[in-house]
Design a binder for this molecule. Structure first.
Ligand code: ZN
Length: 643
């Protein structure tokens, strides 16, 4: 049998310039050698397999070389270099601190330091995994590390810098090794493949590199194994199968089909992936990573943050132009939710499939919104009895599948809708604001989710043919309503851009306006199936004359702010109302004609109304017996009883 060496050892870099991906360190070391300003101790930190020990050996070899070149590289031919290459140099001492971590081990090492080197300029001590040394051993090393003989150089290497004592750190020059970039690893693998006469696909090498987590040694080990398995012919599909990695092409294709609003093909791809033995969480994680890369590819400045091969990067740049940021963010949010719920779910695959359908559905909605159907000009409420938004068609999707959200909206929404219902309704109605809609309502601060967003919209000049008129978030319908009322009141000029609060219509009819506007709001909620909000508003309809004041306030002054009293019965209602109250107030101020800005007087109360509960048959029988004398009489006479 031939002497076989694994690639990680066989292709260990012999020179600084061949050390992959650590230019910031090799440059510093070479400059230090050129100037003759070597420190007595170095600490090399970084993840496994990135070249710490290799760099230490190169440094030891280079400083002992008799004929260094102008780039401060070892010649490789002098006796010192040759003894290094053959592994018989006496100038280098390697200690594995993982197994030699006691005080005695360090004491014997310190003993050796006292003897000058034979036949070389320096003695180099490389202590690997130095964080494994005991505290006593560290302390035994301290003195020697601080003031060793001029010929002694220490190189400590560790993967866990935080475990090194500060007293040691302060005596060393610390170099942090970086994870190696994907392309750099792939290039190195290609070099090895060419030397070993292995036929390879570029994608296959990139796949190996992506699994190595930035560690070249891991990548080389995988390459050896896969080359042996494949008989020297590395194809990407073989590598993906062997390493349990999903091909990037799958994510590119799935993104294409999902953003085209086609769940069928995506679900089929998912199914075939599961049939090949992959866990569907791999698809979720890979897809999220792909969406992240697409977001990065959208702007040239962030494209560099994608650690991938050139080919995939080009694909990302092209695909990122076909997608929108809000769709990607909404998709990412959905995938993250799946990832969080996956382990707890009893039907994890259903979670993934639902996410796929939701993303497809959002894409469909977006397509329809960007290609709006012609909208009939709505009639003005003052001129006719019809509602301002009556002429606008609500564009429900023509979908061949039904998400839970869609099923819900087709049924009557209960007057007390839960936050989830509301979210689903919003998803149903608006994909343009997909991110806002999918995010947890409670997590959005009022100033961001409500006021700012509302202000952003209200600052735009109003036009009756705005594309958003078909969507139905409260913000949108308020905007639409605002447009119509602006026309009704003969206010043809747009609302001033700076602030809606500065617009001051005539004050006398304020209470009438308020009542009328409030009715409009309730009607809008009803039309747009915002049942929860409609319930709150209709229950708290302000009277024409009376406005509530805060408790204890009896004084009546003309410049006193108007208080809009709202009673809320549950936390659900509160969170729902909190999200919308700023927008409603802005709207009322614009058209209400108030001297001062109204304020909310919100009271939260327990809802004491007894709900009718479902009765079982015995309960019904007993209740009838108790409440109805005739029935009781009859049942007694006929000796009726429940079986
Ligand atoms: Zn040499």
């Amino acid at each position: 049998m031939q002497d076989y060496q694994v690639s990680a050892r066989k292709y260990r870099p012999p020179r600084f310039e061949e050390l992959v991906g650590q230019d910031h360190i090799t440059t510093t070391l070479r400059n230090a050698i050129a100037k003759g300003q070597l420190a007595q101790a170095y600490l090399f930190c970084g993840p496994r397999g990135v070249g710490k020990t290799s760099c230490a050996r190169i440094l030891a070899k280079t400083i002992n070389c008799s004929f260094r070149d102008s780039h401060q590289e070892a010649c490789g031919e002098c006796p010192s270099c040759q003894s290094f290459d053959q592994g018989r140099s006496l100038a280098i001492h390697e200690l594995d601190a993982a197994s030699n971590n006691s005080v005695d081990d360090i004491r014997s090492l310190v003993e050796q330091v006292r003897y000058p080197p034979q036949g070389s300029d320096y003695k180099v001590y490389i202590i690997d995994e130095v964080h494994m040394l005991s505290t006593a051993a560290f302390n035994a090393l301290l003195k020697t590390l601080e003031e060793p003989p001029t010929y002694a150089k220490f190189i400590l290497a560790t993967t866990e810098k935080h475990k090194i004592l500060p007293t040691i750190l302060s005596r060393c020059q610390v170099f942090d090794f970086k994870r190696i970039r994907l392309q750099d690893i792939a290039d190195r693998l290609a070099l090895v493949c060419r030397s070993e006469e292995i036929v390879y696909e570029n994608d296959a090498l990139l796949t190996i590199a992506s699994r190595s987590d930035g560690a070249l040694r891991d990548a080389l080990t995988m390459l050896d194994q896969l080359a042996g398995f494949s008989g020297g012919n590395l194809t990407n599909s073989l590598v993906c199968d062997q390493l349990g990695v999903l091909d990037k092409a799958l994510f590119v294709d799935c993104t294409k089909t999902m953003f085209a609003g086609d769940p069928t093909q995506t679900l089929q791809a998912l199914d075939s992936m599961v049939a090949r033995g992959y866990d569907s969480i791999l698809w979720v994680l890979g897809m999220a990573s792909h969406f992240r890369n697409l977001l990065m590819a959208k702007t040239p400045g962030t494209t560099e943050l994608i650690d991938s091969g050139q080919e995939y990067r080009q694909q990302l740049i092209i695909q990122s132009q076909e997608t929108t940021t809000d769709m990607l963010l909404a998709g990412l949010h959905l995938l993250n939710q799946v990832e969080l719920q996956y382990r707890q779910s009893r039907q994890p695959r259903l979670l993934v499939e639902t996410a796929v359908m939701k993303i497809c559905y959002l894409a469909q909605r977006r397509q329809k919104n960007t290609n709006p159907e012609p909208i009939q000009g709505p009639k003005l409420p003052a001129e006719s009895e019809t509602h301002p938004l009556q002429g606008i068609t609500t564009r429900l999707p023509v979908a061949d599948f039904k998400t839970p959200a869609q099923v819900k909206i087709q049924s009557k929404v209960p007057s007390e809708s839960s936050p989830n219902n509301l979210q689903e309704l919003r998803v149903q109605e608006s994909s343009g604001q997909a991110l806002k809609d999918f995010s947890d309502q409670k997590s959005i601060p009022e100033t961001q989710g409500g006021a700012n967003f509302q202000k952003e919209h209200s600052s735009k000049p109003i036009s009756s043919n705005t594309q958003n008129t078909g969507t139905a978030t409260t913000v949108d319908f308020l905007q639409t309503l605002r447009g119509h009322l602006g026309k009704t009141q003969g206010n043809t000029k747009p609302i001033p851009k700076e602030s809606s609060h500065q617009w001051s219509p005539p004050p006398p009819s304020s209470c009438q306006n308020l009542h009328k506007l409030w009715q409009h709001l309730v009607q809008e909620c009803r039309d747009h199936n915002l049942g929860g909000l409609e319930g709150i508003l209709s229950r708290n309809m302000p009277l024409e004359e009376i406005q509530d004041r805060p408790p204890g306030s009896n004084a009546k002054a003309s410049n006193e702010p108007l208080f809009l009293s709202v009673i809320l019965y549950s936390d659900t209602e509160k969170s729902l109302f909190d999200g919308e109250k700023q927008g409603i107030l802005d709207f009322l101020v614009e058209f209400g004609g108030f001297g001062t800005r109204p304020q909310w007087a919100i009271q939260q109360q327990e809802n004491n109304t007894q709900r009718e509960k479902f009765l079982t048959e015995p309960e019904r029988f007993n209740r009838l017996n108790a409440e109805n004398e005739d029935f009781k009489d009859l049942s007694t006479r006929l000796k009726l009883f429940l079986i």
